[in-house]
Design a protein around this ligand. Sequence first.
Ligand SMILES: *[C@@H]1O[C@H](CO)[C@@H](O)[C@H](O)[C@H]1NC(C)=O
Ligand SMILES: *[C@@H]1O[C@H](CO)[C@@H](O)[C@H](O)[C@H]1NC(C)=O
Ligand SMILES: *[C@@H]1O[C@H](CO)[C@@H](O)[C@H](O)[C@H]1NC(C)=O
Ligand SMILES: *[C@@H]1O[C@H](CO)[C@@H](O)[C@H](O)[C@H]1NC(C)=O
Ligand SMILES: *[C@@H]1O[C@H](CO)[C@@H](O)[C@H](O)[C@H]1NC(C)=O
Ligand SMILES: *[C@@H]1O[C@H](CO)[C@@H](O)[C@H](O)[C@H]1NC(C)=O
Ligand SMILES: *[C@@H]1O[C@H](CO)[C@@H](O)[C@H](O)[C@H]1NC(C)=O
Ligand SMILES: *[C@@H]1O[C@H](CO)[C@@H](O)[C@H](O)[C@H]1NC(C)=O
Ligand SMILES: *[C@@H]1O[C@H](CO)[C@@H](O)[C@H](O)[C@H]1NC(C)=O
Ligand SMILES: *[C@@H]1O[C@H](CO)[C@@H](O)[C@H](O)[C@H]1NC(C)=O
Ligand SMILES: *[C@@H]1O[C@H](CO)[C@@H](O)[C@H](O)[C@H]1NC(C)=O
Length: 645
Amino acid sequence: MVDQWSKVIFLCSVFFLLVGTTLQQQFLVSLQERSALLQLRSSLGLRTKEWPIKSDPCTVWSGIQCLNGQVSGINISGFRRTRRGSQTPQFSVDALQNLTLLSSFNASNFALPGSIPEWLGLRLGVLRVLDLRSCLITGAIPLTLGNLTSLAELYLSDNNLTGIVPLSLGQLSSLSVLDLSQNLLTGSIPESFSSLVNLTLLDMSFNLLSGAVPMGIGTLPRLQFLNLSRNSLSSSIPAQLGDLSSLADLDLGFNLLSGLVPPDFRRLKNLQRMVIGNNFLSGSLPDNLFPPLTQLQFVVLSHNNFRGDFPDVLWSMPELRFLDASENNFTGRLPNVSSNANASFAVFNISQNFFYGSLTSVITRFSSIDMSGNYFQGRVSDYAQGKTSLSLNCLQNVTSQRSAGECASFYAERGLEFDNFGLPNGTQPPPAKSKKKKPQSIDYFSCCFGGYWNNCITCESPLPPGLSLNFSSLGDSFTYQQILQATAEFGDANLIKHGHSGDLFRGILEGGIQIVIKKIDLQSSVKKESYMLELDLFGKVSHPRLVPLLGHCLENENEKFLVYKYMPNGDLSSSLFKKTDSDDDSLQSLDWITRLKIAIGAAEGLSYLHHECTPPLVHRYSENLLPCITIFLTLISFQFKLVAR
Ligand SMILES: *[C@@H]1O[C@H](CO)[C@@H](O)[C@H](O)[C@H]1NC(C)=O
Ligand SMILES: *[C@@H]1O[C@H](CO)[C@@H](O)[C@H](O)[C@H]1NC(C)=O
Ligand SMILES: *[C@@H]1O[C@H](CO)[C@@H](O)[C@H](O)[C@H]1NC(C)=O
Ligand SMILES: *[C@@H]1O[C@H](CO)[C@@H](O)[C@H](O)[C@H]1NC(C)=O
Ligand SMILES: *[C@@H]1O[C@H](CO)[C@@H](O)[C@H](O)[C@H]1NC(C)=O
Ligand SMILES: *[C@@H]1O[C@H](CO)[C@@H](O)[C@H](O)[C@H]1NC(C)=O
Ligand SMILES: *[C@@H]1O[C@H](CO)[C@@H](O)[C@H](O)[C@H]1NC(C)=O
Ligand SMILES: *[C@@H]1O[C@H](CO)[C@@H](O)[C@H](O)[C@H]1NC(C)=O
Ligand SMILES: *[C@@H]1O[C@H](CO)[C@@H](O)[C@H](O)[C@H]1NC(C)=O
Ligand SMILES: *[C@@H]1O[C@H](CO)[C@@H](O)[C@H](O)[C@H]1NC(C)=O
Ligand SMILES: *[C@@H]1O[C@H](CO)[C@@H](O)[C@H](O)[C@H]1NC(C)=O
């Protein structure tokens, strides 16, 4: 008896289940829509596997959503085309116009080579979701997309879209997600985006956008994710971004932003990730910036011009798991806090800064910390072993530290006491500890650099045996073909002058960037050596007073090329000796204030070579001082506009 009842109950449930299912998933009712789908199937070359031609689209085809017998969603994401369809794939979706209730179209990862049709914005009035990520789309974003006023999510990332971002997108007031990242978009971020009041995610990263970050972005009350990284955005970060009280992720990295971090950022109470590395940001970080940001987990400040004391609070923020502050001018001591914190997983990178003093137990907080390239001194406790990089500091009994001279002068300049590696005053530390490269070899090339070999032939130091070159610091590698093209095959018109270490040519790269190319003929051994030394120099130093090296071309055996940034105004020496009423008035004779500035600039450059760069480049002068200075002046010649600013 019990058995009978359970059978009845079971059958009833099956019945209701079936009825329920069919009520939700009605068959496609509209014949017009059916023919539109068939047209789409053939224009896109879809396969029987996903869209079997004889079956009902609403219930059988994959990726079709229906509502009351009409198509409301299409998802062909990741579909493969028929062999025939993949021979001439096109952005051919005209049939969508006849699906009047279509609210979502997802074709991500489905090739739609071609441009977005103009009509799309005018004919799909109820579209809420458009996902065209990674579809190989080209051309501009049509202005008409701004007419899709129901649109809530628009994804166009990872295509080859060109042209500017249309202002009309600012009309999409229902938009909550706008992802235009990884395209080739140019121009600036439209001010009109401040009207996108429902926006929660804005990703425009990895484009070619320029101009400033519009302050109107700061008025978007729901914005949680803002990624504008990897563009060419300039000027300062607008303080208004501090109004983004919902913001959790902020990425402005790899741009040309300058100025200070707005103190208003302290109001970003929900911020978890703050990425502002690889810009030209400067100044010091205000102490009161970080304490309110209690959610912060991930902070990137690297490769900027930040200076001043490192905010102590950063060492003890509860949620902070990753901090990269490398390659700035931060300074100060490590706080001496006894570690009551759990051994955590935090990873810090404070390398290439000006930190000094002793290592403290604050280190125990980290699973890894890169402290290389600072001025820490003293002994290294057990807790620092294994999870720290300590090279290029002033530490005792650690390999690859800075030279005693460097450390002593760093500490002396700041009126601090240096422990001299724990050795009695005046004693040099064992040579094994200092870096391999001996400064003396440099003496030689500071004299001979820039091609004035013959003036300097009396330099005392021997030629350094095998220089090891670090190509990664020598800029881009250019092909010989590119070099030929840039200089019109070394046409006479492009010759600037015959130098001692090589001839200088003017050139233009494909993008219109003006360059100077030094052509070095290695058959002359003199040129070969000076060329190696020059490469070695650029591998080690960079200074605003040195002409920036953009790259090299080492393809040919006997001819090498160095590519420099072109500096307008020509050669310093010709300007210095130019008479006022020369008939070439493109360059005025220099007044004495300017000459003084140049002299100071040159002195700064020399001082850099002498004192600041490691290892010191100029160890001692001989009677060759004069030619050396002449050479240096020539060196900075292309740079002189900067110097005379
Ligand atoms: C879209 O279709 C793909 C492939 O059939 C499927 O994996 C995915 O789950 C679908 N996505 C959505 C949001 O329906
Ligand atoms: C859309 O439907 C109309 C009829 O209403 C028909 O004339 C037209 O050819 C259809 N267009 C497409 C693209 O299917
Ligand atoms: C589109 O489909 C892909 C693949 O299934 C999915 O990951 C993505 O979230 C979908 N897009 C939208 C907006 O739902
Ligand atoms: C599209 O939007 C523009 C304003 O950007 C408007 O002038 C035009 O009338 C709209 N077109 C349609 C068909 O709604
Ligand atoms: C913003 O989104 C909310 C729900 O998320 C919705 O109710 C509201 O209508 C939207 N505003 C606009 C202008 O579309
Ligand atoms: C921002 O976009 C870039 C490139 O598209 C990506 O590498 C980066 O991880 C994104 N940042 C965040 C915080 O998601
Ligand atoms: C950072 O330090 C370098 C090297 O000493 C110096 O050239 C540069 O001017 C400093 N930058 C700032 C912003 O202080
Ligand atoms: C840190 O503080 C402890 C005591 O709290 C002290 O013993 C130690 O010497 C201090 N370390 C430094 C580097 O000041
Ligand atoms: C240590 O870790 C535990 C568990 O993750 C956590 O509950 C506790 O608050 C932590 N203590 C400190 C001092 O961070
Ligand atoms: C720390 O940063 C420097 C410079 O940005 C980088 O070269 C180094 O690899 C980083 N260290 C670690 C451990 O990632
Ligand atoms: C080295 O000289 C400084 C003063 O110049 C002095 O304070 C320090 O105690 C001396 N150190 C040793 C080890 O003699």
